[in-house]
Design a protein around this ligand. Structure first.
Ligand SMILES: [Ca+2]
Ligand SMILES: [Ca+2]
Ligand SMILES: [Ca+2]
Length: 267
């Protein structure tokens, strides 16, 4: 973990130095995700390194499909570990709301948190059977009512404030998470598109340019999710979460948390 963080900072520092030296023009919008190296490149990602496009996607699919799967009931305790508040081990951080709430308030009542499927489970209709519906890489704790407001909407910019949504916005056909988790959401969606390619009886999940995808196995909008990946790079919370899933639960990683630049390399 420490090595990964150090190297990423180094990559950012080098990019900044290039701008200061006049070697690169400062961008008016978000800087595209910087190429990174991780401790896993020579091991876990070995067969993917150096590839791009469909070749990279195919390699990553093979790598991350080797995983342990957990039941939907086991997701409760897993989320208490993956999404623990770094400042209070009795609490979890709610994805969209950004608030810290007692781990013991998991449930379905007002004031509780429940299991948000960031890839809405109706998009591909995979439900909560062990599989995509229990994949921790896109499951997050969320306030019951905010989760209900997000519903199965696609992701896009715009709308009015979601009550209790921490700055998240919504309109009739889309949801925009608060700024601090825009990249997290994008990288979870891209993980799902690579992990699920139509095997094992599950739908081939893919990202497209639309909203109102309904029960089709698609989530949009691609261009917006790519921008969010650039605007909100992985932070310590997101990297720790990836590591906990890898070490303690599924033993697979979200490649886009380790290598956010692979979003652009594939899409
Ligand atoms: Ca909209
Ligand atoms: Ca973030
Ligand atoms: Ca797919």
């Amino acid at each position: 973990m420490l090595a990964i963080r150090t190297r990423r900072r180094k990559a950012v520092a080098l990019a900044t130095a290039a701008v200061l030296a006049g070697l690169a023009a400062p961008s008016l919008t978000a800087t595209p995700a910087t190429a990174t190296t991780t401790d896993y490149d020579s091991t876990y990602y070995k067969s993917a390194i150096g590839k791009t496009g469909t070749s990279l996607k195919s390699s990553l699919h093979t790598i991350i499909s080797d995983q342990t799967k957990i039941s939907y009931s086991a997701v409760w305790d897993a989320l208490k570990a993956t999404d623990q508040d770094p400042a209070d081990s009795a609490n979890v951080i709610l994805l969209y709301s950004g608030t810290s709430r007692s781990k013991s308030l998991n449930g379905g009542d007002t004031g509780d948190w429940n299991r948000e499927h960031v890839w809405a489970k109706s998009h591909g209709d995979f439900g909560t059977a062990t599989g995509p519906g229990t994949d921790l890489h896109h499951l997050r704790p969320e306030d019951v009512q905010v989760n209900s407001i997000r519903g199965n909407k696609d992701f896009d910019d715009g709308g009015s404030a979601v009550p209790g949504g921490g700055g998240s916005l919504t309109d009739s056909d889309s949801f925009e998470p608060r700024d601090a988790v825009k990249g997290d959401v994008a990288r979870m969606i891209f993980y799902m598109a690579v992990r699920y390619e139509g095997g094992d009886g599950w739908a081939d999940l893919e990202v497209n340019g639309s909203v109102n995808n309904g029960s089709n196995p698609y989530i949009g909008k691609l261009a917006v999710l790519k921008a969010w990946n650039d605007e909100d790079p992985p932070d310590a919370f997101e990297e720790r979460r990836n590591q906990v899933i890898y070490d303690s639960y599924q033993h697979n990683r979200n490649p886009f948390v380790d290598h956010p630049e692979w979003v652009e390399a594939i899409w």
